[in-house]
Design a protein around this ligand. Structure first.
Ligand SMILES: O=C(O)CCC(=O)C(=O)O
Ligand SMILES: [Fe+2]
Length: 216
């Protein structure tokens, strides 16, 4: 623990091990907060957030956009990575430097050196938005970890087991927290509980989450 009781809670960095292969690096993204937020703004201006449809025909409550050479998409035909935005036919914007640096730094701190993401899914949650329990399994190489960066209002992250029915841990995540899971934890089920009404001084009433992955 590196928490300094005299620091404002917003700047405290500390490490929380969830299980072998999964760690929360609390506050790590605050080091690069300005650059990361500016890049989120740029990406979402180039490729607007949208609600996608699941293969079951259900419209997701989370709004999504992507950057990187591949973007995660879903529609009636299934979940997959795509080189182009299905709405515009254009390639996704390149992965901003601050995203890839943050991801590599976080992965390295958790025992996954040399992580080079090629895809970043950007999720936007408003109060009431949730993300149901799922595994991240559309990537080609499960030896590569997942790096997930929380920004804006707080959320309760659900971190479960390898079976959907395993009871998940409830992990409160705040602005600047980074979760890394890989190795034996790579296929664990996870999700986000419905967000409570809240406001963040920089992001207003929303939570942005960056999921950085090596998809190809
Ligand atoms: O928003 C989060 O914290 C999790 C996002 C996630 O699991 C995903 O995008 O696959
Ligand atoms: Fe996920």
């Amino acid at each position: 623990m590196m928490q300094d009781l005299f620091d404002g809670v917003e700047t405290a960095e500390w490490r929380e091990e969830l299980c072998p292969g999964a760690v929360v690096l609390h506050g790590l993204a605050l080091r690069h907060e300005k650059a990361i937020l500016a890049a989120v703004e740029q990406v979402s201006r180039a490729v607007p957030f949208r609600r996608m449809v699941t293969p079951g025909g259900h419209t997701m409550s989370v709004e999504m956009t992507n950057c990187g050479s591949l973007g995660w998409v879903t529609d009636e035909t299934g979940y997959r990575y795509a080189e182009r935005d299905p709405l515009s036919g254009q390639r996704w914007p390149p992965l901003p430097e601050p995203f890839s640096q943050m991801a590599a730094e976080a992965a390295d701190l958790c025992g996954f050196p040399g992580f080079e993401p090629d895809a970043c899914l950007v999720n936007r949650y408003r109060p009431g938005t949730r993300l149901s329990l799922h595994q991240d399994r559309n990537e080609r190489d499960f030896d590569q970890p997942i790096v997930s960066v929380s920004l804006g209002i707080s959320a309760v992250f659900l971190f479960g087991g390898l079976r959907r029915r395993d009871k998940p841990h409830r992990v409160p995540l705040r602005h600047g927290d980074v979760v890394v899971w890989g190795g034996p934890a790579r296929m664990r089920y996870h999700g986000v509980m419905p967000l409570k009404p809240d406001r963040h001084p920089l992001l207003g009433d929303c939570r942005i989450n960056l999921t950085l992955r090596r998809a190809a």
